[in-house]
Design a protein around this ligand. Structure first.
Ligand code: ZN
Ligand code: ZN
Length: 437
């Protein structure tokens, strides 16, 4: 176990903010001068330069060009054929053992060095969204109606930039598994890779993922202990009545009136059934019914998004949404049919692995670039499935002041690539060092 490992474990067990000792060496007798944090004043003046590894900075233009190429050619879930081919080609060029076609279009690059038995997984998502781009960028999407509006092109470029560094300059002793995952946006890619044997075929002791975050300064990182992103379930609700003439409502069962009461009653779920100290969201995002002002329709259809951090809150939301829909519909003589498939769970970061990467960031980038008490987010991520299977943590990476994720005007910040790639590289170099004991 290295100095860093011991310090982190001790600090984590003690339950206080880990104080890292000066790292005079990495167990191989080599100095680690480049991990010295810089003065906070410098970080404020030029945040993007702080903590970036020189070899990664030297290749920044190539990493940005690659990101722009991916951005021009966005591909939807499980159709990322060009993207995965590009990833596989580069990894192969750099000496990785590459396996393609995992869970559809997933790719894993494996780099094994030395005798160390530790195994680290780093994951990037590679898919785009069905959004018509309106960014005005010179390298905007060339695929009509498709856009990298969540920055997965950036996440892929970040991991590839780290991959290049680690293959050519990385001081690692152990096994690195780089996971390029399809279909994050549909919430199905991680599970599909796991079902295809990802974790048996490419075993890891810990796995980390990241997402860019608009509104957080570039070069800054956010870490969250425990629940970091919400579970998400989608419900489709049909309110079935009996249509008729709008002038003679007495002969009808009006599903629009019943649906209106259901929507109003659903607002009580979070306010009355969820512990006020916990997070829950019930959003009715779609309502469709009827065509004409003087016709009562047969059916109204609603679509809901339901989110929570805790599994028990998730169950409460499911139970109450279903009950209110069915019973409120019945109160109006209508009937509710509800489809409520389970979506994906909340991202729950493991405390020890979170403390570990937070310390790597503090040591490499300085305290000023670690956002204090970064709050959990109510968006969702299917990285949740990987964290259910293996210890690890999901990290937030500053994207500066951009339009929000999933906006047609969203722009991934190219200046975020080098710091985030440097965080991955530093994590791998700390994690994959020979056990000195
Ligand atoms: Zn997204
Ligand atoms: Zn995303």
């Amino acid at each position: 176990m290295t100095i860093l490992h011991r310090a982190l474990l001790d600090a984590t067990r003690a339950g206080h903010g880990p104080a890292l000792p000066d790292r005079g060496g990495d167990g191989h007798g080599r100095a680690l001068e480049r991990t010295d944090p810089v003065a906070p004043g410098h970080a404020r003046r030029n945040p993007t330069a702080t903590g970036v590894l020189p070899q990664i900075a030297a290749r920044a233009e190539e990493a940005i060009a690659l990101r722009h190429d991916l951005h021009r050619h966005p591909e939807l879930a499980f159709k990322e054929h060009r993207t995965s081919a590009r990833v596989a080609e580069l990894l192969q060029q750099w000496g990785y053992a590459v396996t393609t076609g995992i869970g559809g279009t997933g790719v894993v690059g494996t780099l094994q060095r030395g005798q160390g038995n530790r195994r680290l997984g780093l994951r990037a998502d590679i898919d785009a969204l069905p959004i018509q781009e309106d960014s005005g960028l010179a390298y905007a999407s060339q695929n009509e109606g498709l856009m990298h509006a969540c920055g997965h092109d950036g996440h892929t470029a970040i991991l590839l930039s780290a991959a290049h560094y680690l293959a050519h300059h990385g001081r690692i002793d152990g096994t690195l598994q780089l996971v390029f995952q399809p279909a994050e946006e549909t919430g199905s890619g991680a599970l599909k890779m796991i079902e295809d044997g990802l974790l048996e075929r490419f075993p890891v002791d810990a796995i980390y993922g990241l997402h860019n975050w608009p509104g957080v300064p570039v070069g800054h990182f956010g870490f969250v202990d425990g629940p970091a992103m919400a579970s998400v379930d989608w419900a489709r609700l049909k309110v079935l009545g009996k249509g008729g003439h709008g002038a003679e409502p007495q002969g009808s069962v009006d599903p629009i009136l019943a649906a209106a009461h259901i929507i109003t009653a659903l607002q009580s779920v979070v306010s009355r059934n969820v512990d006020p100290r916990q997070m829950g969201v019930v959003t009715v995002g779609s309502i469709h019914g009827g065509q004409a002002a003087n016709v009562i329709p047969d059916v109204v259809e609603l679509k809901l998004t339901v989110r929570a951090y805790l599994p028990e809150v998730r169950d409460t939301l499911r139970r109450r949404v279903t009950g209110i829909a069915e019973q409120t519909a019945a109160a109006f003589g209508a009937r509710a049919e509800i489809e409520f498939p389970r979506g994906f769970p909340s991202v729950i970061n493991h405390p020890q692995e979170t403390a570990y990467i937070r310390e790597v960031a503090r040591q490499g980038f300085g305290e000023a670039q670690v956002v204090p008490a970064f709050a959990p987010r109510t968006a969702s991520e299917d990285f949740a499935f990987l964290l259910q299977a293996r210890p690890g943590s999901f990290v937030f990476v500053g994207n500066g002041d951009s339009a929000p994720l999933h906006s047609p005007r969203y722009v991934f910040n190219d200046a975020a690539i080098a710091p985030a790639a440097s965080l991955w590289a530093r994590l791998a170099e700390h994690y994959l060092v020979e056990d000195a004991a």
